[in-house]
Design a protein around this ligand. Structure first.
Ligand SMILES: [Zn+2]
Length: 239
């Protein structure tokens, strides 16, 4: 099992760890601050240093309780090697801003426009993000109005933080997960990690986020697209 350091400290940029196993160019560490792809957020990239060697991390993903780091080459590393990891921070910080923006959007849609529709998915990139909405009124004006509300909330400066609760407590709380797989996951967990946006919303979430909504910047609409009767896609970037 890999200890996910980014769950407790989302701002950790460097860390020390020990190699647990090496399989070709894929390695497992005992602990990591590299985010593993999931929840619409891409995995981190960066480097691992060991002795005189430097190893480029090109992909990070989950496999059960383990986090697998794919390296350009793992030649020279073996089980027991000590490594020092450094995350490509600009890229990761961008993902954090977009991930938090999606949660603000989800919170505003759910709490203020839940009668019209809900957010059903999202994908984060370094320079943009998209969300999918199950929504009836889907004019450009309606979307712009929601984004304006989000931007007003963002500019007010609300704290964002993580918290851990027992599975039992989580199952008593409403709306922690918005999707069916998310709800099923909560039903199977002993401990649930929550991301709280003060004054708005909380979600069961494994992602990394900024600490204050003002770090998000301003949400600017790129385009909207209809993917079906009640399935609408909104793409935006952050200024
Ligand atoms: Zn999330």
């Amino acid at each position: 099992m890999t200890e996910k350091l980014y769950w407790k400290d989302m701002n950790l940029k460097e860390f020390d760890a020990r190699v647990v196993s090496v399989d070709n160019n894929e390695i497992i560490l005992d602990r990591t601050a590299f985010y593993a792809t999931g929840g619409g957020q891409p995995g981190d990239t960066g480097i691992l240093k060991s002795g005189n060697g430097q190893y480029r991390v090109v992909d990070v993903r989950k496999a059960g309780d383990d986090v697998i780091h794919t390296l350009e080459s793992a030649g020279g590393l073996s089980a027991g090697s000590q490594v020092h990891g450094v995350i490509d921070w600009d890229r990761r910080y961008s993902h954090m801003r977009y991930h938090s923006a999606i949660h603000v959007l989800d919170g505003i849609v759910t709490t203020r426009h839940g009668d019209q529709g809900l957010l059903t998915g999202g994908q984060i990139y370094q320079d943009r993000a998209r969300i999918d909405l199950d929504m009836q009124d889907f004019s450009r004006e309606a979307v712009e109005k929601i984004l304006d509300e989000c931007n007003t909330f963002i500019q007010e400066g609300h704290r964002i933080y993580q918290e851990e609760v027992s599975g039992q407590e989580a199952r008593k709380m409403e709306n922690l997960a918005r999707t069916l797989p998310g709800k099923e996951l909560i039903n199977s967990l002993d401990k649930v990690r929550l991301i709280v946006i003060e004054g708005l919303d909380m979600h069961a979430d494994g992602g990394t986020h900024v600490s204050d909504t003002r770090e998000i910047g301003k949400i600017v609409l790129n385009r909207i697209e209809s993917k079906g009767k009640r399935n609408k896609r909104v793409e935006f970037h952050l200024e």
